[in-house]
Design a protein around this ligand. Structure first.
Ligand code: G4P
Length: 287
C-alpha cells in the first residue's frame, strides 16, 4: 500500500487511532524486527499514553536473530512486554493472547472482584504501513479479514474478531505514519521495503544498501555477488562491479544503474543476503 502522508492524513490517522483506543484494553504495537526504532511512529508514546502496550517485532524471519534478542532486552528494560513474531508463517503468534491477558490482568481482576465473568481482553493493532498488520490480524483470526480500503467507498461498522485465548481484536488496525524527519531513517525504511520506491531515489537507496551491507555484512555481500575484495573504494564503484558481474548493462556496455539498483534491493528485501538487521539498540544509546 502506498500512502503519501500529508499533514491532513496524519491528523486524520491520529484522530482515528485516538477514537479506537477508547474501545480497547491493550495496544499491540507492530514494529519491523529489522528496524524497530525506525519503523516506530514518532507519536506513539503520546498517542498510547498509559494503555498497556505489547511490542511485537514482526518479520523476525528477515532479521538477525541475535540483534532481535538485543532489541527484546532493550524493550524489556524499558518495561515494555515485547515478543518476536513472524506473521507470515505464524511463528510466535500463539504467545500473543496470553501476553495481552497478562498486560490486562488488573482489568480481569476488577471484573472478578465485582463478581463478573471476565470478558475477553480487547486489543488494537497499530503500526506504520507494510509492517504486517493485516497479516497479523489474519493469523490471529485464523481467516482472511478484508483490509480497509479493499472495497473503496464501503464503510463498515467496526467489529470484534475473536482469536481464542481470551483476546478480541478490532478488525481494522490503526495505520500511522512513519518517521520522515531523519534521512537515515528514511533510507532504512526504503532499503527494507517498508516505504515504496517512489519516495526516495532508488539508486540512492541502493547505494545506501550496499554501503550498509559492506559495513554490517561484508562477507555476505562478497559471496552473493562473487566479489573478490570489497576494498575501501567508493561504494558506487562496488555497485558498478555488481552490475557488470550480473550483466546489468546498457546497449553501449556501460552499467545500467537502475537495473543494478533493482537487483540489489530485491535481493535485500527478499532475504537473499540472509537475515539482516539495520539497527541495534546500541545505535541509540545516547537517546
Ligand atoms: P500492513 O497491513 O501493515 O500494511 O502489512 P501487510 O500485512 O499487508 O504486510 C506487508 C507485507 O509484509 C506483505 O508482503 C506480507 O506478506 C509481508 N509480511 C508480513 N508479515 C511478515 C513476516 O513476519 N515475515 C515476512 N517475511 N513477511 C511478512 P507483500 O509482498 O506486500 O504481499 P504478499 O507477499 O503477502 O502478497
Amino acid at each position: 500500500m502506498t500512502i503519501q502522508w500529508f499533514p491532513g492524513h496524519m491528523a486524520k490517522a491520529k484522530r482515528q487511532v485516538t477514537e479506537k483506543l477508547k474501545l480497547i484494553d491493550v495496544v499491540i504495537e507492530l514494529l519491523d524486527a529489522r528496524l524497530p526504532y525506525s519503523s516506530q511512529n514518532p507519536m506513539m508514546d503520546e498517542l498510547v499514553k498509559d494503555k498497556p502496550r505489547l511490542v511485537l517485532l514482526n518479520k523476525e524471519d528477515l532479521a538477525d536473530q541475535s540483534i532481535t534478542k538485543e532489541w527484546l532486552r532493550f524493550f524489556e528494560q524499558k518495561e515494555f512486554k515485547a515478543l518476536a513474531v513472524d506473521a507470515q508463517s505464524g511463528k510466535g503468534i500463539s504467545a500473543i493472547p496470553p501476553a495481552c491477558q497478562e498486560l490486562a490482568s488488573h482489568i480481569i481482576r476488577k471484573m472478578k472482584d465485582k463478581g463478573m465473568k471476565p470478558r475477553p481482553i480487547r486489543a488494537l493493532i497499530v503500526g506504520i504501513p507494510n509492517v504486517g498488520k493485516s497479516s497479523l490480524i489474519n493469523r490471529l483470526a485464523k481467516r482472511h479479514v478484508a483490509k480497509t480500503g479493499d472495497r473503496p467507498g464501503v464503510t463498515k461498522a467496526q467489529q470484534w474478531i475473536k482469536t481464542g485465548g481470551g483476546l478480541e481484536l478490532l478488525d481494522t488496525p490503526g495505520i500511522l505514519w512513519p518517521k520522515f524527519d531523519d534521512q537515515l531513517v528514511g533510507f532504512k525504511l526504503a532499503a527494507s521495503g517498508a516505504i515504496r520506491d517512489e519516495i526516495l531515489p532508488k539508486d540512492e537507496v541502493a547505494l545506501f544498501a550496499v554501503d550498509f551491507l559492506r559495513r554490517a555484512y561484508p562477507q555476505r555481500l562478497e559471496e552473493r555477488y562473487a566479489l573478490t575484495e570489497l576494498g575501501d573504494g567508493e561504494t558506487v564503484q562496488l555497485m558498478e562491479e555488481i552490475g557488470r558481474k550480473r550483466g546489468c548493462l546498457k546497449g553501449g556496455g556501460s552499467v545500467d544503474f537502475e537495473r543494478t539498483s533493482d537487483l540489489i534491493l530485491n535481493d535485500l528485501r527478499s532475504g537473499k543476503f540472509g537475515p539482516v538487521s539495520f539497527e541495534t539498540p546500541q545505535d541509540f544509546e545516547t537517546e
